[in-house]
Structure formats: C-alpha cells, structure tokens
Ligand binder design. Structure first.
Ligand code: NAD
Length: 663
C-alpha cells in the first residue's frame, strides 16, 4: 500500500513535529486538534522546527538563504490545519497523538474508522497503551498499528512499529516503509508494555534509583559516574529532569504494574517531587535546580558496582525481550542505540565482554543484589552452545574471525572453516559495493575455487546492522563511463562464475540487503535470511535501474509480476515476505542465522561436485540469462547518462525529493 496523504490527530508536543517530519519528506499531511488555537500552536511548532533545520543548512553553507526560504514554504505548504475531519476522506495513513488515555484514544479511533477510507492505516503514537484495545474500537483491527516516535520527534530517528494482536503483516510492512520514507529508523516489536526502549532503559535506570535511595548517594555523583563510564549518554537524574518527572513517573508506574516491583523500582523522591509540582526542566526545578543538585548525599561509592548494575540490568531486560519474541536481536540493539543512546547497546556489549563472563557476573549479582539479576534462559543456552561472543565468533551476533593475512581494513575478508569458507563484507559504514569490493570478492572466489577442501562459500556481513546497502552512490556519481562499465562487467562475470561452479554459495542475510546487496544475494545459490532482514531494489528512486542483474534474477526467482512490482516501486519487503514470494530459502531468528548458514554449507558442500555443478549450470546457467544481462547492461548505461539519473542521485544526496523530466 502506498501513502500519498497522511494525517496527524492531536497537535501537541508530539503532533506538530510529527506533521513536520512527514511534510519534510514531501508528503501532504493534515494536522487536526480540537480547537483552532491548538492547531495553530502545532503549526507554529512545525514552522520553528523547519526554520531551525534549514537555518542549520544555511549556516553550514549547504544551501542559500533563498533556497531555505523556498524549501520552508514548500514544506509548510504541505501541512493543512483542521479542527473537524475535513480532508480525511482520502488519507492513507493516520497517526493519532492525543493524550495518553485509552477511552479518548478509543473514541478517536472509532471516529477515524468512520471517516477515513477502508484501506487507510490507523496508527497510534502511544507510549504505553495496548494497540489491540484501540483496534477493538474499529472495524479494521488488521490495519491498526503502533507508531511510536521519541521526543523530540523532529530529531530522534527511532520509531517503534508496534504489532497489535490483529495487526496484519502488510500493515507492519507499510508502516515500516512509511517510517523509512519519512527518514526515520523503524524497529518492529510486540505490544508488551514499554515496547523495547522504554522497557530496557527504565529497567536499568530503576536499578540506579534503588541504589541511590538505599545508600543515599549524591544524585549528581551518580549521574557523573554513569556518564563518565560511558554506559549512558547522560545520568538518569539529569535525563529525568529533561524528559519531565511526571512523564517518567507515568511510564515507571505503568512498567511496575505490568512487570512487578522487583524489576521496576520507582524512585520515591521522584514521586514526592511530582506531587510538589517540580517536574524538571519544564517547571524549572526537578532533581536539579539551575544545574545544581537540590539535595546532598554520599559522594564516595563504588563506581564500578553502579555501572555494573546498570549494564547487567539492561542485559537481563534485553534478553527477556528476545526470549519472549517481542523483538529481534538487531532491533533491540538498534532501538537502544538510536532511542536511548546506549553505545554499545546491551547485547553487543555483552558479546564484547564475553557471554560466559556476563553470565557469571549475573549469577553473582543475583546473590548479592537480588533476584532481578537472575540470568535469563537464552543467555545460559548460548553459553552452553559455546557461543561466548566476539571471542568465539558468535554470541547474540556473529563475528568475523578472518584467516591470517586478512588485515583489518580489507573490504572483504576470508574465514576458512572445515569444508567451507565465509567471505565477510566489511566496508563501513554500509558495506556499499565499489570496484574495490568486487575485485576483492573476485580474488577470494578464485582462492576458494582453487582450494580442494572448500566446497561452499557463505557470504556474510561483518556489520550487525546491515548486510549491504547497495552500490556506493557517491562514488558511482563520480566515476566515468568506462570505469562504470568495467565495474558492471566484473560484477556480472563474478556472479556468473559463481553460478556455474561446483562450489555452492550461500548468502547469510542478516539485515538490509538493498540494490546491489540484494543482487549479490540473488547471485548466490541459497539465501538464508534473519528475521530482521529486508530486501529491495530501490534504484528507481534514484532515476536509474538495477545494474547487477536485478531485472534478470529477480523475475526468475519470484515471477515477473512481483519482480516488476519490486523494481518499479523501489519499496523494500520484509524477510517473511521475501520467503513467501520465493526470494529467500529460509527465515530464521537473527541469532540463529550463522548456525543455519553453516549447516547449509556443510550439507551442500558435502554433495557430489559434478552433480552440484551440473544442477547449478542447468538451473541458472541458461543462455537467456546471459542475453538478459547484456540487455540490462545496455539499458543501465543509457539510463545512467540521462538527466533523470543525475537529478535522482543529486536529490538523494541532498535529501530532497527529485523532480523527473523524462529526459
Ligand atoms: P499533548 O498533551 O502535548 O498533546 C495532545 C494534543 O491532542 C492536545 O493538543 C489536545 O488538545 C489534542 N487532543 C485531545 N483530544 C483530541 C481529539 N479528540 N482530537 C484531536 N486532538 C485532540 O500530548 P503529547 O505529549 O503530544 O502526547 C501525545 C501522545 O504521544 C501520547 O499518546 C503520548 O503517550 C505519546 N508520546 C509522547 C511523548 C512525549 O515525550 N511527550 C513521547 C512519545 C510518545
């Protein structure tokens, strides 16, 4: 489903900025509240944010003042204020951002159900209420979804896409794609209280609250200790002041009611401050008053213990989310990085520490500090499997352990295992494909082919957050025609050699595989996808077409209709959908991806080589494919030279919408 027009209901703290974010991405949006003055406040907020953003670009001399004024006018022109539901008859996506009361939300959802077209998705920005209860107020529970922004919505990139009991996979996908379209970073999660970020962050912070009150520690010394140890971007008391004590208390109470007080302790002093009307930055006073702490306390304490309590508690909560299937490994860590500033995030941090070390620390903590530190089952299981984190090559994530001679810094690194090998794509930040990557991959392939003992090659990413984001657009925009053609030739030649060889190739797709990344995976014999993976051929959004076989292998895998759809819309699809249409062979939980890929490598690598080669050659090695690839190359070259391609790439780099001329 496509979003041509959106609406935001509730023009308060969140609503005004959400409308601005949508309008900035080129999508017209209605902004509704109950009174004209409130709508005007929301519009004003949108204007302030727009001016601040564009002003920043002018200051950095990225655009001129005139360009900024014109862009501001364009963005704000896309927002229409409303106090009735006028204009809602043709919206495709609505985000509700009214106050956090279920009866109010249900009333709004019932109204939206009656006033919007049947296909429209109704999303809620709720931080804590059940999506399913809002869905119950409508006749389209499958199209109701959580769409949780973080404050301030114009700056924070994370959006939690929350799946209610009846939310359909299509709705989750549309919401995810819409979040990406408005330049946000979506993660998917179940509708358990606190979702991902609030739950893990609050769990860790509540432990600090507990110690601070038990030992009467200085609030400022605690804040300083945690920020200096770099376990969080700022201390919990400072953060609470910024967010508003009432807001934080509300979330904390909700989490305590849901999960119990053992894991979610509430700071008693905070309760008293809220009762006294001291809500932090917004009222001038909270834990701090004008930067000074309002109470004294012990300044001498064990900093290591304090940071350990924070780190271990975050790990326990993250593991529980994983165990209960509420979010994937990647989404949990990505959420905590982007939404809470925890760098490294809890699961990656534990992998670095060593899962055996973390488990032992939790066992001690459970005895010393309480049952809330009881080691989660999933951690015990991983340790029992010998998956101890970075040092053994696998923990929650997989880690490269390249052969000697592969220096850090090479874009593709080889790891030889027993009977098979792994080619690790390792080109920060996005594993984007360049001439260097392709020639290193070709060298590795030659080596693999020449080794008798290696019968299968796994293609994997050393970056836990993405597989491969596609061709290097910046470099692409600068290379001359001859070099570009050479890159195409080399890539195609490599993929064809892989397809006709007796060595089996397996793509272990952990996350985003877009454009060239998706085409590289399609050039492999088997594709195993992690739940967090997504696939897409977004070239068309740049005014170009797929160049590494996307117009040829995609239809062969998924049929012409779906291939045309994917190539023409440029929209991504989830791992589940990729499995349904035949683009991938299996979907597995994130943390099982590498075990699954290795099992396939052992199985297929053990098959008779002549038969493997013959089957591969006759299945994918047809002359039609070669012809098709030649046709794609010609078309790619032609399109790449067009004005539209230049405009598409320029607009992409400038983060603005392109204007097509058909020339
Ligand atoms: P807010 O009180 O600042 O704004 C809510 C707005 O909704 C008000 O302007 C109100 O007049 C309007 N409203 C009330 N009833 C309405 C109706 N029937 N139709 C249209 N408008 C109506 O609240 P907020 O802080 O923007 O929060 C909105 C939602 O976002 C809540 O669900 C909240 O949990 C969630 N949220 C808030 C934050 C945050 O930090 N403030 C962060 C993430 C999510």
């Amino acid at each position: 489903m496509f979003v041509f027009k959106a609406a935001v209901v509730g023009a308060g703290t969140m609503g005004g900025e959400i409308a601005q974010v949508i309008a900035s991405a080129g999508i017209p949006v209605l902004l509704k509240d109950i009174q004209q003055e409130l709508v005007d406040l929301g519009l004003k907020k949108a204007e302030e944010v727009t001016n601040a953003q564009l002003g920043g670009l002018v200051e950095k001399q990225k655009i001129s003042r005139e360009q900024a004024d014109a862009q501001a006018q364009e963005i704000l022109g896309r927002i229409t204020g409303a106090i009735e539901y006028e204009g809602f008859g043709d919206v495709d996506f609505v985000i509700e951002a009214v106050p956090e009361r279920i009866e109010l939300k249900q009333a709004v959802f019932a109204e939206l159900d009656a006033i919007t077209p049947g296909h429209a998705i109704l999303a809620s920005n709720t931080s804590s209420l059940a999506i399913s209860e809002m869905a119950d107020a409508t006749s389209r529970p499958d199209k109701v979804v959580g769409f949780h922004f973080f404050y301030p919505a114009s700056i924070m990139r994370l959006v939690e896409i929350v799946e209610g009991a009846d939310t359909s996979p299509e709705t989750m996908q549309t919401a995810t794609t819409f979040a990406q379209t408005i330049r946000k970073l979506p993660i998917a999660c179940g509708e358990e209280p606190g979702f991902v970020v609030n739950r893990v962050l609050n769990s860790a912070i509540s432990e600090i609250w507990r110690v601070q009150e038990e030992k009467d520690l200085s609030v400022k010394a605690v804040d300083d200790a945690l920020s200096q140890a770099r376990v969080a971007p700022m201390g919990p008391f400072f953060l609470t002041d910024l967010l508003g004590l009432d807001t934080v208390l509300h979330v904390a109470e909700h989490l305590q009611e849901s999960y119990g007080s053992e894991s979610f302790y509430i700071h008693q002093g905070m309760k008293a401050l809220v009762a006294a009307g001291d809500l932090g930055a917004k009222t001038g006073k909270g834990f701090y008053d004008d930067g000074q702490p309002r109470s004294e306390g012990e300044t001498e304490f064990d900093h290591e213990e304090l940071t350990q309590r924070f780190v271990l508690k975050a790990l326990v909560e993250a593991c529980l989310l994983l165990e209960d299937g509420i979010a994937t490994v990647r989404d949990i860590d990505l959420g905590l990085m982007a939404g809470a500033g925890l760098v490294p995030p809890p699961l990656a941090r534990a992998d670095q520490t060593g899962l055996d070390v973390a488990l032992a620390a939790l066992e001690r903590a459970a005895v010393q500090w309480g049952e809330q530190f009881r080691p989660p089952l999933i951690l015990r299981r991983l340790v029992a499997q010998g998956r101890l984190g970075a040092k053994t090559g696998q923990g929650f994530f997989a880690y490269k352990q390249p052969d000697d001679g592969f220096e850090q810094g090479e874009a593709v690194q080889l790891e030889t295992c027993d009977g098979y090998a792994i080619a690790w794509l390792d080109r920060p930040p996005a594993n984007s494909l360049s001439s260097q990557v392709i020639s290193e991959l070709a060298r590795i392939w030659e080596h693999v082919e020449s080794e008798d003992g290696i019968r299968a090659l796994i293609l994997a990413s050393a970056n836990p957050m993405l597989f491969c984001a596609g061709a290097d657009i910046k470099a692409f925009a600068q290379i001359d025609e001859a070099t570009g053609a050479e890159l195409l030739d080399e890539t195609h030649a490599l993929l064809r050699r892989m397809e006709c060889s007796s060595t089996v190739t397996i793509a272990a797709v952990n996350a985003v595989a877009f454009g060239g990344g998706c085409e590289l995976a399609m050039g492999c014999d088997v594709r195993i996808a992690a739940q967090s993976a997504s696939f897409g051929q977004p070239e068309i959004n740049l005014g170009i077409i797929p160049g590494f076989g996307g117009t040829q292998r995609l239809p062969r895998l998924v049929g012409t209709a779906r291939a045309l759809e994917l190539n023409l819309t440029g929209d991504p699809i989830s791992a589940e959908e990729a499995f349904e249409i035949g683009l991938v062979n299996r979907v597995v939980p994130d943390h099982e991806l590498h075990d699954a890929a290795r099992a396939w490598a052992r199985k297929l690598g053990g098959q008779p080589p002549l038969a493997v080669a013959a089957i591969k050659r006759t299945t994918a090695g047809d002359a039609d494919l070669d012809q098709g690839i030649e046709a794609e190359k010609d078309a790619f070259g032609e399109i790449f030279r067009s004005d539209d391609a230049r405009e598409g790439i320029t607009a992409f780099l400038a983060k603005r919408s392109p204007r097509w001329t058909g020339r």
